[in-house]
Write a protein that binds this ligand. Structure first.
Ligand code: BES
Ligand code: MN
Ligand code: ZN
Length: 479
């Protein structure tokens, strides 16, 4: 989709379809010559209520009038939903190029959200379909028309949502296609596509040689070679703290010897969602030339049961020296992340965010709208919350506390990877990770509920790309 902006009136663009929003208590701002759109409103065919649609034909174009509801309640999330609603109707109508006439007084975040909603709603994953539904219809172009200059806002939103859709491609790709090595190759592509990026990948032998016994234990049950993927970004005039973004990328989580039930096991192809978000977010950060330094660390492996697989009761040593008793091989994400986090700290990370589809418990606690946020630093936590508000990728904080840290202490080793009571499962997992970051300001995002099939109006099926907008927003606010 070609995305452009203009200060010309929507009617003067070469779009075949124009979207016009109307708020409660307001009228059509720029009507066609004979007043067709206002007449639709006056007759009640077009409505001002949120998401109500009406279609008119005038001046050789199609016009979609969309209700935006109360102006005071209109926020970027509503703008994304309105854009997705319009997008669906525009596609049905055979639209090639859609122009959004930006409502008066909409701020930059609102304008960006119109682009985001359209691009995210336009995503499809039909690579494996011989006969895609509706023949793979897609918009060719999106034009944003506003009285004021919106070029930079629109361009940024286009870059970020393209990255988010690429993360969804990685998520939706099945485990037989997206192996750890394939994810590594994607990281190399990302590095080649933008300036200031370098990619370095370590294989399973290197992982073992570096003493990453926790990560290696997960990888040993799989025939696929595990990969420690590192992306470094050095922006122009980079200042501020070194930001480490760490991602769990278990390309398929069968549970290992503590094998999962068959029901919904196929969804465990999404267990690489944190890693996908980290890689594509860094790609977007580089395209935007943000003046910061970022270290991406993604641990990619399968978690499979075979004759060489780790076993319940095994004790391993992570690269920071901590010994871990593996009580349950299905709690593999924290094993992978333990070594990735220690690696980030050892490489000078001054701020850390990790993203992981870590616990089913977070889905019980928060559902699919908010990811769990756990942090050892109130200031850094506040940064994450602010970025979440601004990006619409929502977070909800859960506590860390010495009482929770106490329960992961081990009988045979320093710590256990699962506490048998299963109380506060998401927090216990976070306290496990806490052991590998020490005092470096760190935020752990448990995205098990938000990574896929969230039901959101613009990205509700399959991978959601959750985290890409949030991480880019965080990076934009870093200094
Ligand atoms: N990848 C899963 C977490 C998960 C569960 C993601 C459901 C998405 C949906 C993780 O590796 C896992 O298996 N966690 C276990 C931990 C348990 C054994 C303590 C879980 O949550 O059941
Ligand atoms: Mn698991
Ligand atoms: Zn997992």
């Amino acid at each position: 989709m070609q995305i452009t902006s203009t200060t010309q009136p929507a009617a003067a663009t070469d779009a075949d379809t124009i979207a016009v929003g109307v708020f409660d208590g307001e009228d059509i701002a720029h009507d066609v010559a004979d007043g067709t759109l206002q007449r639709l409103l006056d007759r009640g065919e077009a409505r001002r209520a949120f998401k109500r649609l009406a279609v008119a034909h005038a001046e050789e174009k199609r016009w979609i009038v969309v209700g935006l509801g109360e102006r005071g309640r209109f926020d970027p999330e509503r703008a994304r939903i309105a854009a997705a609603t319009v997008h669906a109707r525009a596609l049905e109508l055979g639209t090639a190029t859609l122009c959004w006439e930006v409502p008066h007084h909409l701020d930059d975040a609102g304008v960006a959200a119109l682009v985001e909603g359209t691009v995210l709603a336009g995503y499809r994953f039909d690579r494996y379909r011989n006969h895609p539904d509706d023949d793979g219809a897609a918009l060719e172009g999106l034009i944003v028309s506003a009285h004021h200059e919106t070029a930079a806002t629109v361009e940024t939103a286009a870059v970020v949502t393209a990255a988010q859709n690429r993360a969804r491609d990685l998520q939706n790709a099945p485990g037989n296609e997206l192996t750890p090595e394939r994810l590594g190759r994607r990281a190399q592509e990302i590095a080649a596509e933008a300036e200031g990026l370098t990619c370095e990948i370590l294989g399973e032998q290197d992982i073992r040689a570096l003493g990453m016994g926790a990560f290696a234990a997960v990888a040993q049950g799989s025939v696929q070679d595990a990969q420690l993927i590192q992306l470094r970004y050095e922006g122009p005039d980079a200042g501020g703290p070194l930001l480490a973004l760490v991602g769990k990328a278990v390309t398929f989580d069968a549970g290992g010897i503590s094998i999962k039930p068959a029901l919904k096991m196929s969804e465990m192809k999404f267990d690489m969602s944190g890693g996908a978000a980290v890689l594509e977010a860094i790609g977007a950060i580089a395209r935007l030339r943000l003046p910061i330094r970022v270290l991406g660390v993604v641990g990619a492996t399968e978690n499979m049961p075979d004759g060489g697989a780790m076993k319940p009761g095994d004790i391993v040593r992570a690269s920071n020296g901590t010994t871990i008793e593996i009580v349950n091989t299905d709690a593999e994400g924290r094993l992978v992340l333990a070594d990735c986090l220690a690696h980030a700290v050892a490489h000078g990370a001054e701020r850390i965010v990790d993203l992981a589809t870590l616990t089913g418990a977070i889905v019980s606690a928060l559902g699919t709208s908010h990811a769990g946020l756990m942090s050892n630093d109130d200031e850094w936590n506040g940064r994450l919350e602010a970025a979440a508000q601004a990006s619409g990728e929502l977070l909800w904080r859960l506590p860390l506390h010495p009482t929770y840290a106490e329960v992961i202490k081990g009988r045979y080793a320093d710590i256990v990877n699962v506490v048998e009571t299963r109380k506060a499962g998401s927090i216990a997992a976070a306290e496990f990770l806490h052991r590998f970051v020490g005092d470096v300001p760190w935020a752990h995002l448990d995205i098990a509920g938000t990574a896929n099939d969230t039901g959101a109006p613009y990205a509700g099926q399959g991978g959601s790309g959750f985290g890409v907008r949030l991480l880019v927003e965080l990076a934009r606010r870093l200094n």
